[in-house]
Design a protein around this ligand. Structure first.
Ligand SMILES: NC(=O)c1ccc[n+]([C@@H]2O[C@H](COP(=O)([O-])OP(=O)(O)OC[C@H]3O[C@@H](n4cnc5c(N)ncnc54)[C@H](OP(=O)(O)O)[C@@H]3O)[C@@H](O)[C@H]2O)c1
Length: 225
């Protein structure tokens, strides 16, 4: 159980974020469900908070409200499916603004909050595509790779300050983001949420959800394709 922790989950109004928020509630935690539109949050037992990860002022306001946070879950993200050579530059930039700069801005604002509250954890929801970079998802994969590097660097900075930084890597999940993928290729996000919460509570720094993520990591030591 996790009665003594206070969690903030970004993008908690739908998809994996809503499942992670619900899973922490089920384990007894206090949970802020952060969303661009807090009125769209429907998970039971959470405290909705307005937070757009691309808007530093909204992140600052959220950190004032949720000033007792000890666990931050950076889940919010987008997928434009832009390729890098001919995709719209605004989509390529939007992926970086979300997965990289957005996640970094939230960490910069909340890491001092977690420290002031005696330490805790940050979980960044990454992807198998942090490690595998297909042309058709070039913008997304580059942004998730950047977020992976960010995760490692921030872990080194925050570890000595009492904050554990973890990454979750997963293939397809059954959410709106990949509604075009057949159901039999997707993992139930509730299952992923349970693994995420188990990982955070167990002090893990890397959570590999499925074979897609495990294979992508293993392939890093192979030849460049
Ligand atoms: N689905 C997959 O197959 C898959 C695989 C690997 C990794 N992931 C990652 O898992 C995470 C969750 O994705 P999902 O599958 O649950 O997708 P989703 O169902 O499309 O949900 C995305 C969530 O992120 C929020 N969001 C997007 N931009 C935001 C912003 N600027 N500020 C605040 N919230 C924002 C959305 O809020 P709105 O409702 O306001 O749009 C929504 O709550 C993402 O980081 C994604 O990259 C997904």
């Amino acid at each position: 159980m996790s009665e003594n922790i206070t969690v903030l989950v970004t993008g908690a109004n739908r998809g994996l974020g809503s499942k992670i928020a619900a899973e922490f509630v089920a384990r007894g935690a206090k949970v802020y469900a952060a969303a661009r539109k807090p009125e769209s949050v429907d998970a039971a037992g959470v405290i909705p908070v307005q937070l757009d990860i691309t808007d530093p002022e909204s992140i600052r306001r959220a950190a004032e409200v949720a000033n007792d946070v000890t666990v931050l879950v950076n889940n919010a993200g987008i997928s434009t499916r832009a390729n890098l050579l001919t995709g719209p530059m605004e989509d390529i930039r939007a992926e970086m603004e979300s997965h990289y700069f957005g996640t970094l801005n939230v960490i910069r604002e909340f890491a001092p909050v977690i420290e002031r509250n005696g330490g805790g954890s940050i979980l960044n929801v990454l992807s198998a595509l942090s490690w595998k970079h297909p042309a058709g998802s070039g913008a997304y994969a580059a942004a998730k790779a950047a977020a992976w590097a960010l995760t490692d660097a921030v872990r080194e900075e925050l570890g000595p300050r009492g904050v554990t930084v973890a990454a979750l890597h997963v293939g397809y999940m059954d959410t709106d983001m990949v509604s075009y993928i057949p159901a039999d290729q997707k993992t139930d996000p509730a299952v992923v949420a349970r693994m995420a919460v188990d990982g955070v509570l167990g002090g893990a720094t890397e959570i590999l959800v499925d074979d897609t993520a495990r294979r992508a990591k293993a392939a890093l030591s192979g030849a460049v394709s």
